[in-house]
Write a protein that binds this ligand. Sequence first.
Ligand code: ZN
Length: 510
Amino acid sequence: MSNYFERLAGDAAGRIGEITIPRANMTIETPALLPVINPNIETVSPADLQANFGVDILITNAYIIYTNDDLRAEAKDQGVHELLDFEGAIVTDSGSFQLAEYGDIDVTTRDILSFQQTIGADIATPVDIPTPPDVTRGQAEQELALTKKALADAETTDTGSMLVNAPIQGSTFVDLRETAGKHAVTTDLDVFPIGGVVPLLNNYQFATMIDVVIAAKRGLGPAAPVHLFGAGHPMMFALAVAAGCDMFDSAAYAIYARDDRYLTVRGTKHLDELEHLPCSCAVCAGHTPAEFQSLRTSTREQRLAEHNLAVSYAELRRIKQAIRRGSLLELVEIRARSHPAVYDGYRALLDHTAELEARDPVRKASPFIVSAASAERPEVYRHHERLSRLRVPDSVLLTEGGVPTEHEYDAVWRVVPPFGPFPRALSETYPLTAEIPEHSSIAAQQTAAAAVCRLVEANPDTEFSLAHNKWAMSAVDALPERVTVESLGEISNSNDSKWSSYNYLRIDRM
Ligand SMILES: [Zn+2]
């Protein structure tokens, strides 16, 4: 791997970074969205993309140019930047997409890379084999071997200062994705697109997509810049960034606009469904849905494409701000609440909490723990990991609020779902400064109970009592047998004066 990517800030596995693109003499901030430009159909011109949306990098298809005599002659003569009238960085695809769609293309990796070099592409792509999801393992292995060969051919082709993509394939076999990542990062290629995921994205299989991304990233390691090939819907950007993706490309903005489809961060709407436009971009502020419908088809398509781009770039800015503030997972959680498929993706991401935790910054703003799924966040995992390292005296009461019996304890610790137990001295330390709803979810109680189990196991000689505030039976039943359990809900009714005298133990914000 070359060394053109630098990570500047991070949250979960998401990061803000910079990719230096020598041939364009530019540095691009990531996460970046690359609009897809079809040289035959320009819904929004590249010059307008640059002027109106600040687009500094886009992607087009070198194979389309290569196979069209006029475009090919013009690109060879003037270069791809002149052809598209765009001054920013241009990434070119190789025809792999056409190979996946139509089963055959008439070009080799060496030919198409030399062509991309000739027309002045800034980041080029070899002819990898995009293996779709759910094929046989034999097919996935066989095609991965061909992709590996394409990377080897790319390494030995003269590409000058042009950066070259090293796509990661392997279908839905996570071990193959990891192996492919491990191999790609040993090449001298530069950017690492995760390919073959378009069918997953089209079918909203975001959980499988996350498993594939995490596996590829496990192989690649954290230093590699990762492009999620074909991902252009803003509803899943936050999720994919949190899993460690740095670049996206959107053909969706134009393709959806062609069918009167209106992108939102909560999913796609058809123009027919909208009585009001839930957006404040320049296009939406200037039109009612009825006015939209009355526009000429080509104008409507262009205006819709502009809205689709505006909503996509706004989401990217929101994601970058969230990374800077350490609240990316809260944004993912909001998106997960908007669509069941994104929720499935978020759950899949949380299945990899240990890996996320390893990359999560140790210090950041107080997390908001707002849902049952939050109970599995890296911040909670981190606290659980340190439980076995805490010093514990001979007898400890773990309590959600009060001291329910006359029993004397050597120490009284707080217990807060989903974090579980901690000594009072840690109350004001991260991540226990989290904002938590007054009514904990059953999942949060179960997670807290698991933390109690962990503490009890690590301290076999300590006598533990737990005073909980009406936990669900499933959480209480999960506690070790030797823990004395009392419910504060019952005690607070029968012994108000005693309860209130211990109010100082409560975390103020609860
Ligand atoms: Zn809009």
